[in-house]
Design a protein around this ligand. Structure first.
Ligand SMILES: NC(=O)c1ccc[n+]([C@@H]2O[C@H](COP(=O)([O-])OP(=O)(O)OC[C@H]3O[C@@H](n4cnc5c(N)ncnc54)[C@H](O)[C@@H]3O)[C@@H](O)[C@H]2O)c1
Length: 285
């Protein structure tokens, strides 16, 4: 069921790779709700993913860009304004990647060159987007910007590694830029903190299926799906949320407010044995 929440609005969606991508679902729902959009991802993602198909399906021009490149971002905003007929009303940053996670380097053995890349791709790119957009006047007054994040920004999760630092920075950028963009242009900037979701980026996290099961058992409403996340993004892009800004909005079925649930307790009570290595030494952590 559609509500025409984005009728007459223009937007840019960064980060749709394949049908599992949260950005893919957001793009589909945004168009269903009446928006016209452009899509952007890296040239590599365009080769490896299925973005062409989505572009055709939604009649959405695709503008390749590495989101860490200011030149590329300038092109995305300039071309989007040309193709869509004016400044955009909404923007989705749905980008994350950690070379340390990919190379299986643990948090106490990070490669600092790779850490810089993690932060640049997953967080600083958001600042670059906002700075370029503001300079070019590419986001219309009363526009809405959303970036996707994860609760590991606030709490420690085994295996999330340097992405936790990137998400903390991302959320901080939303607040700091939200103040400036709000004050000058009524543009609101928020992050949505999504449940673990089975996507290409999500599956890169260690023991993702266990993390998803744990989160699901802990959350009174269960894990939020990518489709449900897209619904929330659409609401945030709509005129129904004009005074919401500089917030980290949890979209996680209640997980972030839980300590222990009956379902998790029940699961845990099935095996109280300590976690041991092959020599019988207890592994803490
Ligand atoms: N999947 C989860 O469990 C989960 C949970 C909370 C938040 N998130 C966040 O949601 C966002 C989207 O991830 P997803 O789960 O849909 O996975 P995904 O793999 O489909 O999307 C990640 C995207 O980042 C893009 N990307 C990587 N490097 C880039 C660069 N240099 N420039 C431009 N784009 C680049 C990839 O091409 C890909 O499209 C990420 O920020 C992720 O951290 C995901």
């Amino acid at each position: 069921m559609t509500h025409n929440l984005l009728q007459g609005k223009r937007g840019i969606i960064f980060g749709a790779l394949n049908e599992q991508s949260i950005a893919w679902k957001v793009a589909v729902k945004a168009v269903e709700e009446g928006a016209v959009i452009t899509l952007s991802n890296t040239p590599m993602a365009l080769r490896m993913g299925q973005l062409d198909e989505l572009g055709r399906q939604l009649n959405a021009p695709i503008i390749p860009a590495d989101a860490t490149s200011v030149d590329d971002l300038e092109r995305v905003f300039t071309e989007s304004m040309e193709k869509l007929g004016g400044p955009v009303d909404f923007l989705l940053h749905s980008i994350g990647m950690s070379p340390n996670v990919r190379k299986r380097r643990t948090y106490d053995n990070l490669d600092y060159g790779m850490l810089s890349k993690t932060l640049d791709i997953s967080a600083v790119s958001f600042h670059k987007m906002l700075q370029v957009a503001k300079r070019l006047g590419a986001i219309a007054d009363y526009g809405s910007v959303v970036a996707l994040t994860y609760v590991a920004a606030q709490r420690t999760f085994f295996g999330y590694n340097d992405m936790a630092d990137a998400k903390s920075l991302l959320e901080s950028i939303a607040r700091s830029f939200g103040y400036i963009y709000g004050r000058e242009h009524h543009v609101r900037i928020n992050t949505i903190s999504q449940s673990p979701t089975p996507t290409t980026a999500g599956n890169g996290i260690k023991e993702m299926e266990h993390l998803m099961d744990f989160a699901n058992k802990m959350s009174p409403l269960g894990n939020a799906t990518a489709d449900e996340c897209a619904d929330y993004c659409v609401v945030m892009f709509s005129d129904l949320t004009r005074k919401v800004t500089m917030q980290n909005l949890f979209h996680d079925g209640g997980f972030s407010s839980m300590g222990m649930s009956l379902r998790a307790m029940n699961q845990y009570s099935k095996d109280m044995k300590p976690y041991e290595d092959e020599n019988g030494n207890i592994i803490y952590g």
